[in-house]
Ligand binder design. Structure first.
Ligand code: MN
Length: 452
């Protein structure tokens, strides 16, 4: 007799879809089979039973230039839960000279007791740390604390690493058995283009895209892959949404480099045309939204496996914060944390781009594997019982009224998706029932991640 049985659903495993019951015992998945008996039985007829979504790239209550991103650990993870995501990875961002572990403890103190879902933290390697031995000596300590993934930037003046600094950071990460996750754009040149555009009087949001050309993203990805190859360091490229970067990732992988890439819903659903709208300033994120051709290529790469998975890069700001005199002053980032699973189901599965098994791979299984969430992202006995009952018939029109995200706008306003989670379980416990959050913030735990 198991604690709980989710009966009569279509269970999505790595091998395909099977009509079966799924049994949960304690915090773990116990079995998948026919006619399983449980203390509690939940009927999932007509629904998919899938692993909880895994979103390995979010920015909750992130400080940036005197502001803090709109969703707190509490509101952001409740929104994630309502959308069927049960594990996220956020970031630690040490200040120059600040010890990584000091910043780590401070970030844990912000998240613990607040989070509705399980979480991990990427450790950022800022410029100061990458250019001082005393900074890089801290990398093994961060790995020991369960932050085996390290965020590096090739863009933004306060954070950018030049090729030498990136090489040194990658050597340190490889030596400690970690993975580098990278924001890849040719930062210094972009800064020059932005100054030039402003000097010529171009303030409109579309100039955000024009001063961050896709080719300068692709060349940065190319250099990063070459550097990772030299340093023998595994590399994951964040937020890819253009042909140029996809081609570099495919070429690198074909040469045997351990490189993966992710995309995000905004690059699959939207294009740069949003930046030309009257409210185009809302849609500023980096890398920018691209052309319809880039969007099409991104879908094809995701379907073919050339891009590995879908994260959100959730980084919300309010309408007021996005309203700025020129494009260089707009805080970058979009909200996406809640609708990711359903958007990819709707535009991916319903529109025939791939099947349900592939949807689960790109939203759950592969992100968990790549960032070291060892017992998440798949429905296997012994794995955490993070489970979503997903009703493919349930429709939802996305808006600030229907979403739990804190920002006063959504990039997906008015889009109706077919398919939405009905119930969500975190390690066996119901946290969402009939679209209502029923958990307690603090249910989520910090999950240490290691690769060895
Ligand atoms: Mn990001």
């Amino acid at each position: 007799m198991y604690d709980r049985v989710i009966a009569n659903g279509l269970v999505v495993t790595g091998d395909g879809v099977v009509a079966a019951d799924l049994a949960i015992h304690g915090e773990q998945i116990a079995a998948i089979g026919q006619d399983l008996n449980g203390e509690t039985v939940v009927d999932a007829s007509g629904c998919y039973v899938i692993p909880g979504g895994v979103d390995p790239h979010v920015h909750l209550q992130m400080p940036l230039a005197g502001r803090v991103s709109t969703d707190t650990f509490r509101t952001g993870t409740v929104a994630a839960a309502c959308g069927g995501t049960t594990a996220i990875v956020d970031f630690v961002e040490p200040a120059p000279e600040e010890p990584m572990m000091e910043a780590f403890r401070a970030r844990r103190a912000e998240a613990d007791g607040q989070v509705a879902v399980d979480y991990g933290l990427h450790m950022t390697i800022p410029t100061w740390h990458a250019t001082h031995d005393t900074g890089l000596y801290q990398v093994p300590e961060a790995v020991a604390a369960g932050c085996a993934t390290f965020k590096c930037y090739q863009a933004y003046p306060q954070l950018a690493l030049d090729d030498v600094a990136l090489y040194r950071a990658m050597l340190a990460v490889a030596d400690a058995g970690g993975l580098v996750v990278l924001h890849s754009e040719t930062g210094p040149l972009l800064e020059a283009l932005r100054v030039e555009a402003l000097a010529a009087g171009h303030v409109e949001p579309i100039w955000h895209e024009r001063t961050r050309p896709a080719r300068l993203e692709g060349t940065a990805v190319h250099r990063a892959i070459e550097i990772a190859h030299e340093a023998e360091c595994p590399l994951h490229i964040f937020h890819v949404g253009c042909v140029d970067s996809i081609a570099e990732i495919v070429a690198g992988r074909n040469r045997g480099v351990d490189v993966t890439g992710e995309t995000c819903p905004q690059y699959l659903v939207l294009t740069e045309e949003a930046l030309a709208r009257e409210d185009g300033h809302l849609f500023v994120c980096a890398p920018p939204l691209r052309s319809p051709e880039d969007r099409q290529a991104t879908w094809e790469a995701l379907a073919a496996g050339d891009l590995d998975f879908v994260s959100t890069d959730h980084c919300p700001w309010t309408r007021a914060e996005k309203e700025q005199p020129d494009f260089t002053q707009i805080p970058g980032g979009l909200p996406s944390i809640e609708a990711r699973l359903s958007l990819i189901h709707h535009f991916g599965v319903n529109e025939g781009r791939f099947d349900v098994t592939h949807w689960v791979k790109v939203c759950c299984t592969r992100p968990a594997q790549r960032v070291g969430l060892a017992r998440k992202g798949a429905l296997l006995p012994g794995y955490d019982a993070d489970v979503v009952i997903f009703d493919p018939q349930r429709s939802k029109t996305l808006s600030t009224e229907t979403l739990h995200e804190a920002a006063d706008w959504t990039p997906y306003e008015g889009i109706t998706v077919q398919g939405w989670p009905r119930a969500v379980y975190l390690r066996g416990q119901a946290i969402v029932q009939d679209e209502e959050y029923v958990g307690t913030p603090g249910d989520g735990r910090f999950v240490p991640r290691h690769f060895t």
